[in-house]
Design a protein around this ligand. Structure first.
Ligand code: UD1
Length: 372
């Protein structure tokens, strides 16, 4: 009988959890379907602990039905070098002990790159889910993580064909690249019924289409006083006409305190602790529009066709602009961009190809068929 395929699945930070959950569900479906006499899959889930607060991590495990990690490396926060190095030191013994057929990494956070480096140096094949995305902005830590991860990975699973084009341009062997679709949309589709039962709008006292959902956490937006001051001023001004829902990421909260900024005198800006997955889905679905610098929300709003303004000079997810409802903005153009957005239809764009809820099944197929 064929030996089971053994996977080490890596997740570390908030945006990883909705990408790893569908893969786990698809593995379980594969195994319980008797896999047509085919190869069984065993997996271990490794949580690096890059994010550790209940609201940044635990809630996603619970809502997305992710099992408790088999290994928690409990790395925590730190400078990029410290965090990356600590993840590598803690992940290496897990790889040596388990000697898996694949290390599977998702997204573009420090955990993604650190675990890829460790596995590649040990000669363990790496599969990267969400490969090929490029902002062409090396000032973003995530862009460096994407470049390193994709240069080292053995199987590059892209969410859309622009990813294939980027990889080809970088000289990646065509045989390593597969366009499988957007795995995060699997989680979204899977959780639509649960989300509908979460009564987010009622609990928060919101009316459909009458509020703006804001999330901002990128270092380029929040780590300098001048930028964050302007953002706070713009949100305050917007709150004259719109209820603003602003769940604040720990990085942003920390910077606001450091720079002495607050919305206390402006009740139209409703600041909240970071939200769970279901509440965030509901806000994305029912907002008049989003203002964000998150990668995931650009995609989720595209799926719901909710207009989205991305407060960044670039995006690694251009399909959300060409096919979807996303548009780039800046603090200087924000007011004009909002006026234009409000003059356009309330729902925009379309769902990109292969954002169909079946990406994880295609990923499992590729892992089985490309294993050594
Ligand atoms: C990380 C990812 C980013 C992703 C974001 C989503 C990298 C380089 N960046 O950025 O791509 O969009 O996650 O959230 O990997 N903190 C807490 N509790 C936590 C985690 C962090 O309070 O559970 C605080 C710490 O003070 C920490 C700060 O948030 O210093 C930033 O955390 P970190 O993981 O370094 O980066 P993020 O900004 O979250």
């Amino acid at each position: 009988m064929t030996k089971p395929l053994k996977l080490l699945l890596v997740a570390g930070a908030r945006p990883n959890f909705m990408k790893i959950a569908p893969v786990i569900h698809a593995i379980r479906a594969h195994n319980s379907a008797g896999n047509g006499g085919g190869r069984k899959i065993n997996f271990r889930l490794v949580h690096t602990g890059q994010h550790y607060d209940e609201k940044m991590s635990g809630v996603f495990f619970q809502e997305l039905g992710i099992p408790a990690p088999d290994d928690n490396l409990e790395i925590g926060s730190g400078s990029h070098a410290a965090q990356t190095a600590n993840i590598m030191l803690a992940f290496e013994p897990v790889c040596l002990r388990e000697n898996p057929d694949w290390v599977v990494v998702v997204g573009d956070v420090n955990s993604t790159m650190a675990c890829t480096l460790v596995a590649a140096k040990l000669g363990i094949p790496v599969a990267h889910i969400e490969a090929g995305l490029r902002s062409f902005d090396r000032g973003m830590p995530e862009e460096l993580n994407r470049l390193v991860t994709d240069a080292l990975a053995d199987l590059l699973l892209t969410p859309s064909t622009d990813g294939n084009d980027n990889l080809r341009r970088e000289g990646v062997d065509e045989k390593k690249i597969r366009c499988v679709g957007n795995v995060m949309i699997d989680s979204l589709i899977d959780q639509l019924d649960q989300a509908a039962g979460a009564n987010t709008l009622e609990r928060l006292g919101l009316q459909q289409g009458r509020f703006v959902y804001v999330t901002l956490h990128r270092p380029s937006n929040v780590d300098t006083r001048e930028n964050l001051e302007v953002i706070v001023r713009e949100l305050t001004s917007l709150s004259g006409q719109w209820t603003i829902l602003f769940p604040i990421h720990p990085r942003t909260r920390g910077r606001m305190a450091e720079f002495g900024l607050s919305f206390d005198a402006h009740p139209g800006v409703r600041t909240l602790e970071p939200l769970g997955y279901l509440d965030s889905l509901n806000l994305t679905r029912h907002a008049r529009f989003l203002l964000t610098d998150s990668g995931g929300l650009q995609e989720e709003s595209t799926y719901f066709r909710t207009p989205c303004l991305t407060l960044r000079p670039n995006t690694e997810r251009p399909i959300t602009i060409t096919v979807g409802s996303n548009r780039l903005t800046s603090v200087a153009t924000l007011r004009d961009d909002i006026i234009q957005l409000l003059a356009a239809p309330e729902r925009l764009g379309a769902t990109p190809p292969l954002w169909d809820g079946h990406t994880a099944g295609r990923i499992v197929h590729e892992l089985l068929h490309n294993a050594r």
